[in-house]
Design a protein around this ligand. Structure first.
Ligand SMILES: *[C@@H]1O[C@H](CO)[C@@H](O)[C@H](O)[C@H]1NC(C)=O
Ligand SMILES: *[C@@H]1O[C@H](CO)[C@@H](O)[C@H](O)[C@H]1NC(C)=O
Ligand SMILES: *[C@@H]1O[C@H](CO)[C@@H](O)[C@H](O)[C@H]1NC(C)=O
Ligand SMILES: *[C@@H]1O[C@H](CO)[C@@H](O)[C@H](O)[C@H]1NC(C)=O
Ligand SMILES: *[C@@H]1O[C@H](CO)[C@@H](O)[C@H](O)[C@H]1NC(C)=O
Ligand SMILES: *[C@@H]1O[C@H](CO)[C@@H](O)[C@H](O)[C@H]1NC(C)=O
Ligand SMILES: *[C@@H]1O[C@H](CO)[C@@H](O)[C@H](O)[C@H]1NC(C)=O
Ligand SMILES: *[C@@H]1O[C@H](CO)[C@@H](O)[C@H](O)[C@H]1NC(C)=O
Ligand SMILES: *[C@@H]1O[C@H](CO)[C@@H](O)[C@H](O)[C@H]1NC(C)=O
Length: 669
């Protein structure tokens, strides 16, 4: 039966009487209103969308231009792109007729590129001189940027003619970008296996697709890492990113660092799984994890802080949090892919790594943070709450993995360690007056990271405690988003991705949506944003001076505008707001338990989305009609799940998947 507005109403009014009863029907999936929100281009050689501006004497014919000496054209690709650029130069009278500069943000359009090295004068990268071989003079020369001049992320390309052009102006035509991300995907739009849709709130849909596209731009070719020591002026991206057998590797950002960072994977990996599925979204994470195993320390069993093309790696920096994040990413990959052979292959190394973390637990029952490198926050060290929340999440997950692996002794050992850690965490760090956890035992600072992670990983002892933390975290909010207490003048979209998850976990969907609208809304539409990808972080006033004083050398042009650690909404709008998530390997068991915002009765009334695992497509929809909600799910044959509503009066129905739509109608509380 086709679900139409009219019959739907009639059906619902009757169906409401037999609440909780299951029916099936077919949904017309031919029209896909969400497809137009995909930001990816439809080919690997996109042309610019338009000419953004010109300076000096420039003749414009469509997208072709003729530049007089010292003039300039800026192309806008209409979206973040990355890779190489190619164009025809006709007919150069000098071997160095032009220079190129690249920018993600409209703020840094000009003769100089935005930066991939931090400098307070934003003058690190400057520009790339176009070199024409003598044989190309006076001809129509096809120019392509050289291999090491790979530019991983930009939206604007500026071409400036040099003063050498004293005689003839130079004509530029056929400008294209040779896409350098998501290799092997002929049409990048077809890589989207997940989708998200509501007809009621375009910002939510844009946020989902911008997050997905951000991840896509971070799926890197293996030899496009930042070369060290960094060249200056200029840039060179020809270094190895890690151990890659085939395909690509998931990195932190499009423009930079272009490296494997295990903490980032906590957000970017599930976004990749949900948006791109097993065919296009798993291998890039697997290659990142293989890199971590390859560089695992033989003596200590600890994973590296970051991939080999970073300074951190060279200087031997270590991180306790990123060690536990590595293990969480390993477990999560096993969970989505179901690849137990891979787990078996690495089991000894996994065991060593878990035991290395356990070795750091003190007599007080919490892990002592001695390697304090983290996402760049200040004040790590001691019995730190964020570290212990991550490590607790890691132990519970690895305990489950040990059980799947058939090692019940280790599974219970890790479960016991986890529960001991949880009771020490509450005994030593909970501040009942504030309704928040403290950063460690010797401070009154209540961090955004430790509190968000404590809720997400269930360090709390009651739902009420989750709600109190969710409420108290809003004290950090300004009109853009949460200003993190643990790093001065900073809004982090990574930590805020965890905070978002915490509001969902606390069953505060209205607050979660408010956070998405404020922070991700600003990240898309705020001044100086690229509009199609998500920025890594901001200063408290919304400027690009992220981490100014904390490593980024007061250089806003260094900030990455396409950072996959900022994409929490891309998985959470599906797994939390829509409520469709897998609860066992590959989704053999799943849940469709949405967090329906109360504001929805006037606002987001209907939501739909889906994703793919190796078992097939999982799709769901909820629709609020008056005091009722209709839940629909479509899951692969042989799977089973729970459909319903949580809350004080939980209404849950068991559903078996058979590849068709199933429907449940429930009364809202
Ligand atoms: C052209 O100008 C640039 C700087 O503007 C200079 O480095 C280069 O040597 C000049 N000469 C030729 C032949 O390109
Ligand atoms: C990478 O680029 C740097 C800087 O231009 C250069 O020194 C190095 O030889 C290049 N490496 C490879 C493998 O091409
Ligand atoms: C492994 O860890 C040990 C102990 O901290 C350290 O001395 C050694 O340099 C590390 N090995 C590598 C390859 O980093
Ligand atoms: C990982 O496991 C392999 C095979 O058991 C072993 O050779 C290697 O030393 C291990 N690496 C570490 C860091 O434990
Ligand atoms: C944590 O380790 C540091 C360095 O070893 C040590 O100075 C400190 O006392 C330890 N803290 C706790 C709470 O055990
Ligand atoms: C405890 O946390 C505070 C606030 O983040 C920090 O300043 C302090 O250094 C930390 N204590 C230890 C022992 O590291
Ligand atoms: C979360 O913690 C509470 C209280 O300790 C416990 O009752 C509940 O089962 C935990 N939830 C999960 C999913 O482990
Ligand atoms: C915003 O914050 C940055 C970094 O703190 C600062 O440099 C800048 O002046 C501020 N901008 C405004 C308009 O206040
Ligand atoms: C539903 O509630 C149970 C028990 O509080 C909790 O473990 C589970 O995570 C909740 N599920 C969702 C999707 O919120």
């Amino acid at each position: 039966m086709l679900f139409t507005a009219t019959t739907g109403w009639i059906l619902l009014l009757t169906a409401a009487l037999w609440q909780g009863v299951l029916c099936t029907d077919d949904l017309d999936v031919q029209h896909q209103p969400w497809s137009r929100y995909i930001y990816a281009p439809d080919s690997r050689t996109p042309r610019p969308h338009k000419i953004f501006r010109t300076h000096g004497k420039v003749n414009v014919h469509g997208l072709d231009v003729t530049l007089s000496p010292k003039s300039q054209v800026t192309y806008d690709f209409g979206r973040e792109v990355g890779g190489h650029v190619r164009f025809l130069v006709n007919s150069p009278s000098s071997t160095k007729p032009l220079s190129l500069s690249f920018s993600e943000s409209p703020q840094f359009i000009g003769e100089w590129s935005d930066d991939t090295g931090a400098s307070p004068f934003s003058d690190w990268d400057r520009s790339l001189t176009v070199s024409i071989p003598p044989s190309g003079l006076g001809t129509s020369f096809k120019y392509t940027t050289p291999r090491e001049s790979f530019r991983g992320g930009f939206r604007y390309l500026t071409i400036t003619s040099t003063s050498n052009l004293t005689t003839t102006p130079v004509k530029i035509s056929n400008v294209i970008c040779l896409l350098g991300f998501h290799p092997g995907v002929e049409n990048p739009q077809t890589a989207y296996r997940g989708y998200f849709w509501t007809p009621y709130d375009a910002l939510l849909v844009r946020t989902w697709y911008a997050g997905a596209y951000t991840v896509q731009t971070n799926i890197a070719l293996p030899d496009t890492g930042r070369f060290l020591p960094q060249v200056r002026p200029g840039w060179a991206y020809n270094a190895s990113l890690g151990v890659v057998s085939t395909g690509a590797i998931l990195v932190d950002g499009a423009k930079r660092d272009r490296a494997v960072w295990p903490g980032d994977l906590g957000i970017s990996a599930p976004s990749s799984y949900i948006a791109f599925g097993p065919k296009y979204g798993y291998e890039c994470v697997l290659n990142a994890l293989e890199t971590l195993f390859y560089f695992q320390n033989e003596t200590t069993g600890t994973f590296p802080f970051a991939g080999p093309d970073t300074n951190s790696f060279r200087s031997g920096s270590k991180s306790d949090t990123y060690h536990s994040w590595s293990l969480i990413a390993i477990e999560e990959y096993a969970f989505y892919s179901g690849d137990m052979d891979w787990v078996n292959l690495h089991w000894n190394n996994i065991t060593r790594a878990v035991e290395a973390m356990i070795g750091g637990i003190t007599e007080q029952g919490l892990q002592n943070q001695t390697n304090t490198n983290d996402w760049a926050r200040e004040g790590g060290g001691g019995l730190n709450s964020a570290l212990n929340a991550v490590s607790y999440g890691m132990l519970t997950r690895l305990s489950n993995l040990a059980s799947l692996h058939g090692d019940s002794a280790l599974s219970s050992r890790w479960r016991v360690k986890a529960e001991e850690l949880k009771s020490a965490f509450n005994a030593l760090l909970w501040d009942d007056e504030a309704g928040l956890y403290r950063d460690n035992t010797t401070t009154m600072l209540h961090p955004q990271d430790g509190n968000s992670l404590a809720v997400v990983y269930n360090l709390t002892t009651s739902n009420n405690q989750k709600k109190r933390i969710s409420q108290a975290l809003t004290m950090n909010w300004n009109e853009i988003g949460p200003v993190t207490p643990e790093l001065k003048d900073t809004i982090s979209l990574f930590v805020s991705s965890w905070e978002l998850n915490a509001h969902f976990e606390a069953e505060e969907p209205d607050r979660a949506l408010e956070l998405v609208r404020r922070l991700w809304g600003y990240s898309l539409d705020g001044p100086n944003m690229g509009g199609t990808t998500i920025v890594e972080g901001l200063s408290a006033n919304g400027s690009l001076y992220y981490r100014s004083e904390a490593g980024y050398g007061y250089d806003p042009a260094y900030t990455s505008l396409a950072h996959s650690w900022s994409t929490g909404p891309t998985h959470q709008l599906i797994t939390r707001l829509l409520g469709l998530s897998i609860v066992s390997s590959q989704g053999r068991h799943w849940e469709m338990i949405p967090n329906i915002p109360t504001g929805s009765r006037e606002c987001v009334k209907e939501l739909r989305g889906g994703f793919e695992t190796k078992l097939g497509m999982f799709e769901a929809e909820w629709k609020v009609i008056g005091r009722y909600v209709q839940l629909k799910v479509k899951t692969p044959k042989g799977t089973s799940g729970k459909v319903g509503l949580n809350g004080s009066k939980a209404q849950i129905v068991e559903v078996k998947g058979d590849g068709g739509w199933k429907r449940v109608i429930l009364r809202l509380e």
